[in-house]
Design a protein around this ligand. Structure first.
Ligand code: KG4
Ligand code: ZN
Length: 345
């Protein structure tokens, strides 16, 4: 295998992140400057504020990633960056930084799809038991990317080869977690807070709709979100709401839909394993139910690599780099980039 050291940059949403990754697997550094506190006051991401914060953070974050790895740009084989999907202003900060570094130091440059980054977070070593073995597993693998922006099922037939099986028809699962979190008076982002509240609640207290359509592998989460909203209107104030029961019942409905569709697709395509990536893959109920219901291996990234980070971009970039792909400096950001577009290499 060709040995690589990649400086990866990720600024697609509200984390300014940089990492140095060796051979697509070993994390030498992984720096994340989160903007969560900045956006919490707005109850969601404020794109203009995100762009400005990325501009302030990008240089110190990249410097920290290199110094934590005890390396300089000259030690890198390639500079990789997320070029979509994401917020245009946020993406531009990372892409311009990466282009500047690559051009200035005459290094190869690669634009990476953020969704593919989440998929390759499963190939990173974490030191946790059972991890770092993904390279040896056999294809086809079923991958569920479930985050604040996406809920998509892909059949991965080989490295870098994806077949899109289905996805959400309306809200992403993480988006539904965040909106319901707001309805329940929980801090932004709602996902981790709902996960915690649900541990103290009864998942059968309320029967929220599952929207498990009979055919295909698509999802829909707007119905369950609206049902929770209707229920919350029945209480005079947030103080009188049974927050833990509402959180547990909502989470059970979302997890049920995700597990049912994933299990159905896994069986239909005879996959060897299921990989789950993206912010919502940190959800404790999703991890438990998916592992219980499926009788093939179910793998997740370690918790710290579920949400946005640059190490996963370095892992995906490694595959493209060893396959000989190089991008030109005219590569532009693509806010609505799809996984299977030509640019995926
Ligand atoms: O992957 P990510 O950092 O950003 C996107 O690419 O969208 O995912 C962020 C999403 C947010 O919606 C957040 O609420 C959700 O992941 N999330 C969770 C949990 N941890 C993060 N949702 C449910 N349970 C969790 N434990
Ligand atoms: Zn993400």
């Amino acid at each position: 295998m060709i040995s690589t050291r990649i400086l990866a940059i990720e600024t697609s949403c509200d984390e300014t992140a940089a990492a140095v990754v060796e051979n697509g697997r070993t994390i030498l550094s992984n720096i994340i400057a989160s903007q969560t506190d900045l956006h919490a006051q707005f109850g969601g991401i404020f794109p203009e504020a995100a762009s400005r914060q990325h501009i302030e953070s990008i240089y110190p974050v990249v410097s920290a990633a290199l110094s934590k790895a005890h390396m300089g740009i000259d030690d890198m084989d390639c500079i990789a960056v997320t070029y979509g999907p994401g917020l245009v202003g946020s993406l531009l900060t990372g892409v311009n930084m990466a282009k500047g570094l690559a051009f200035g130091k005459d290094k190869p440059f690669l634009g990476i799809n953020h969704i593919e980054g989440h998929i390759y977070s499963l190939w990173l070593e974490s030191g946790e038991q059972g991890r770092g073995e993904a390279d040896e597993i056999e294809f086809p693998i079923l991958t569920l990317v479930v985050s604040g922006g996406h809920t998509e099922l892909y059949l991965m037939v080989d490295h870098g080869q994806y077949q899109h099986l289905g996805g959400t028809l309306d809200d992403a699962a993480g988006e539904a977690f965040d909106k319901v979190g707001r309805l329940l008076g929980l801090p932004y982002p709602g996902g981790p807070h709902i996960d915690e509240a649900a541990k103290m609640g009864n998942p059968t207290a309320f029967k929220f709709p599952r929207a498990v359509m009979r055919d295909g592998f698509n999802f829909s989460f707007s119905g369950v979100k609206t049902a929770v909203m209707r229920q919350t209107k029945k209480y005079h104030s947030k103080e009188t709401m049974p927050v833990n029961d509402l959180a547990a019942s909502f989470q059970a409905a979302v997890v049920d839909a995700l597990v049912t569709k994933t299990a159905r697709a896994a069986e239909a395509y005879g996959v060897t394993a299921v990989h789950i990536a993206g912010g919502v893959s940190a959800n404790s109920a999703l991890r438990r139910e998916m592992s219980e219901k499926l009788n093939i291996p179910v793998r997740y990234p370690p918790l710290a690599l579920c949400t946005d980070n640059a190490a996963m971009i370095g892992a995906a970039a490694h595959r493209h780099f060893i396959n000989g792909r190089r991008d030109n400096f005219d590569l532009d950001v693509i806010p609505s980039l799809q996984l299977n577009t030509k640019n995926n290499g």
